[in-house]
Design a protein around this ligand. Structure first.
Ligand code: ARG
Length: 459
């Protein structure tokens, strides 16, 4: 089969090389964006008088037919035609003959792929933003149901201070909000159209880049043709956002894996999102959460792979850049899949309030409150910290909690301690009193939820 670029060649491509060189196996995913780009290009060529209106109509109609044919599974792509661009061009020429050969006027596959991949990325960003909104809504819903679900907050994975499940989950809503906002700024930064950059140095034809820019919904054309064809920052930024987004999901999944163990017993993940063991009949494993944690590493790999591919490439296009696609597709699709599964997993998870409460009331999570109580009675904080530490140590030896110390015993440590201490160190009041911006009190967390809801409405 004659190659579209075969004119200056005397020999055929080696079949191993053909296979090695071709990207159709993975870039066929871009068919829709390739056709969108070609339609805009043809329309612009006609408007600029480079092809006739009749030719443009023929090309655009045929491209739409080809898109339907691809979608109905009728089309067989060929590695001989290397990539999605040439496969579609061959289909077009087979359909409409000579006119099809005019489509590639004033265009290179270099600006074509830069455009296709950017259109793919933009579409993915919009979809992911929608999913992130659903994710935030899910976190809000579970938080609303658990405003008073007491649990221990941890540092160093040691029980630290009492919080609520709502407070804990709303931390993840903040992370998702940042993920969302980063994608909004992605949409701003990368809102430029590379089509018209040609192979590297634009074109001698008087094309109208502003027009394709409008047709394709960008706010301006790229302003340097070398950069237009060789920029993959948009793919790197998207993978970087995906990596951070996945890291957020992974941290929560790590917690769910711990929390669903018998040692913690804080939650039970629904059967629908768990799996069993082929050998151990009693097992119910949090596989979905583990897979999200595992796939996070893979997305980091996608980012690193593309960064490394790009780091040594001289301007402008080099074939190395064909390696941008699989990692971008993988990172994007993995992020989408993980968001899609974590939403119902969190919605259906059973929360074991009693166990969480018990864990929060043991382990001296109210020790800071006892120290703060002493400070409010006039003791300097450093002394209060020391006295409380000594009380805790004695409790550990006696195997009792702070609530179980009698008032007479308390007075031996510090005679400023009075009956009101018990009210101050009860787990519920520890939470209620932390009623500041960002704190775990039910009153504040409800305000935080309101703020988050307003954020969602504005988006
Ligand atoms: N399949 C190529 C890629 O994905 C398209 C651009 C090819 N350009 C070239 N000059 N060989 O990068």
């Amino acid at each position: 089969m004659e190659k579209l670029w075969g004119g200056r060649f005397e020999k055929n491509t080696d079949s191993l090389m053909e296979d090695f060189n071709s990207s159709i196996g993975f870039d066929k995913k871009l068919y829709h964006f390739d056709i969108v780009g070609s339609k805009a290009h043809a329309t612009m060529l006609a408007k600029s008088g480079i092809i006739s209106d009749k030719e443009c109509k023929e090309i655009v109609d045929a491209l739409m037919e080809i898109e339907c044919e691809i979608e109905s599974g009728k089309v067989e792509f060929s590695t001989k035609n290397e990539d999605i661009h040439m496969n579609i061009e061959v289909l077009l020429t087979n359909k409409i003959g000579e006119t099809g050969k005019k489509l590639h006027t004033a265009r290179s596959r270099n600006d074509q792929i830069a455009l296709d991949l950017k259109l793919y990325s933009r579409d993915a960003v919009i979809n992911i933003q929608e999913l992130l909104k659903q994710w935030i809504k899910t976190l809000i819903k579970v938080s609303e149901d658990n405003i008073d679900t007491v649990m221990p907050g941890y540092t160093h994975l040691q029980r630290a201070q009492p919080i609520t499940l709502a407070h804990h989950l709303m931390a993840y809503a903040e992370m998702a909000k940042r993920d969302y906002l980063k994608l909004s700024s992605w949409l701003d930064i990368h809102d430029t159209n590379p089509l018209g950059s040609g192979a590297l140095a634009g074109t001698t034809f008087e094309i109208d880049r502003q027009y394709t820019t409008e047709l394709l919904g960008f706010s301006s054309p790229t302003l340097n043709s070398l950069d237009g064809v060789s920029d993959r920052d948009y793919a790197i930024d998207l993978l970087s956002n995906a990596s951070v987004g996945m890291m957020h999901l992974s941290r929560l999944c790590e917690e769910l894996i711990l929390w669903s163990s018998q040692e913690f017993g804080f939650v039970e993940i629904d059967d629908a999102y768990s799996t069993g063991s082929s050998m151990m009949p009693q097992k119910k494993n949090p596989d979905a959460a583990e897979l999200i944690r595992g796939k996070t590493g893979r997305v980091y790999g996608d980012l690193l792979s593309l960064l490394t591919t790009m780091k040594g490439i001289p301007l402008a296009y080099n074939k190395d850049m064909q390696e941008d696609k699989e990692c971008l597709f993988d990172g994007v699709e993995t992020w989408i899949k993980c968001l899609t599964i974590i939403i119902p997993m969190i919605k259906t998870m059973k929360i074991k309030n009693d166990n969480m409460y018990k864990a929060a009331s043991g382990g001296f999570t109210n020790a800071t409150d006892l120290a703060d109580y002493l400070v409010k009675k006039g003791v300097a904080f450093r002394d209060a910290h020391k006295i409380t530490g000594e009380i805790v140590l004695d409790c550990i030896y006696k195997d009792i909690t702070l609530e179980e110390i009698s008032i007479n015993e308390y007075k031996k440590y510090c005679d400023l301690i009075e009956e009101d201490v018990y009210g101050e160190i009860s787990v519920l009041s520890c939470i209620r009193k932390r009623n500041i911006v960002g704190g775990p009190s039910g009153e504040y967390v409800k305000k935080h939820i309101d703020i988050m809801n307003t954020f969602l409405v504005d988006k």
